[in-house]
Design a protein around this ligand. Structure first.
Ligand SMILES: [Zn+2]
Length: 290
């Protein structure tokens, strides 16, 4: 029997007692040997949401289940649709129709071809169709399927599920960002794709909880949420997905990626948020949205 690479980790599956699922798709740091980028490793790591799964690890103690990717986002981005690829960037033909979004055209689609902050080339060669398919079947799809299974299991057990999709963002916008370069970001940005991926009270309870601790919070500005909340959020069916972006300056040195003096406070805040959400999802007085 052969074993593939370690792709993901699920924490709290045996102790989960709430319809609460956390996932961190971009905090993986196990760089596969067949990646072979030419980009400066320090710049390459700017694609990582480094440490995010650790910041949210207290969610497991609150009764949630937590999934995180072990592979890096720059290798294959599991927060993209499988067909979000520009055929012009691939050597060969994939066995599916491609639908490149603006992200692919900017070099940050399924397989990134550009590196932050200025869009330097990731590779000195195009990826082959075979290499892309390996990344999809071995990393991207197992992660998306594992998340879907956790959400389906919770929904089957409790009739609803509440999902926090966990990320972090550079404190300043770069040339590859949606805002003008140099724009300073809020402490937290919540994304529900303009109110379409969860009940509004879910976004609001997270916003007010974090804001009450003295942090600045923006909603859908500049990040609205991408593929994982889009594909899994369906509030009319009792499936609620919310993206949370943490400003990296709050918890790490953005150059070295090491935790800074604020790390423990952010980790504690996220643990408290998970406890708050445990109360939210079990509150019998809350209007049923399922
Ligand atoms: Zn992210």
């Amino acid at each position: 029997m052969t074993h593939g690479p370690a792709v993901l980790e699920i924490l709290g599956a045996d102790t989960q007692h709430l319809p609460l699922v956390f996932d961190s798709p971009h905090s993986g740091t196990d760089y596969p040997a067949d990646f072979r980028p030419i980009a400066d490793p320090a710049l390459l790591r700017m694609a990582e949401d480094t440490h995010v799964h650790t910041l949210f690890s207290g969610a497991v103690d609150a009764g949630a289940v937590m999934l995180h990717a072990l592979f890096p986002r720059a290798y294959v981005d599991t927060n993209r649709a499988m067909d979000d690829l520009d055929p012009a960037q691939i050597d060969g033909t994939l066995p599916m129709e491609l639908r490149p979004s603006v992200k692919s055209r900017d070099g940050i689609g399924l397989c990134w071809t550009r590196v932050p902050p200025d869009g330097a080339p990731m590779y000195d060669r195009p990826l082959t169709a075979e290499q892309v398919m390996h990344r999809i079947t071995t990393y991207h799809q197992p992660y998306q399927n594992a998340l879907r299974d956790l959400l389906d299991n919770a929904h089957a057990r409790w009739g609803q599920v509440w999902h926090i999709n966990c990320h972090s963002m550079p404190h300043r916008a770069s040339a590859m960002s949606p805002e003008p370069p140099g724009t300073t970001r809020a402490d937290f940005v919540l994304g529900d794709r303009d109110g379409t991926t969860c009940a509004p009270e879910f976004t609001e309870t997270v916003r007010t909880f974090i804001a009450a601790r003295g942090f600045s919070v923006r909603v859908n500005d500049p990040y609205k949420g991408v593929e994982l909340v889009r594909a899994n959020g369906n509030p009319a069916a009792g499936r609620h997905s919310l993206q949370v972006e943490i400003n990296r300056r709050l918890y790490m040195d953005e150059a070295t990626r090491d935790p800074n003096d604020g790390f423990a406070a952010v980790q504690s805040l996220m643990s408290d948020l998970a406890v708050h959400l445990a109360g939210f999802v079990t509150d019998p007085s809350r209007k049923q949205t399922a």
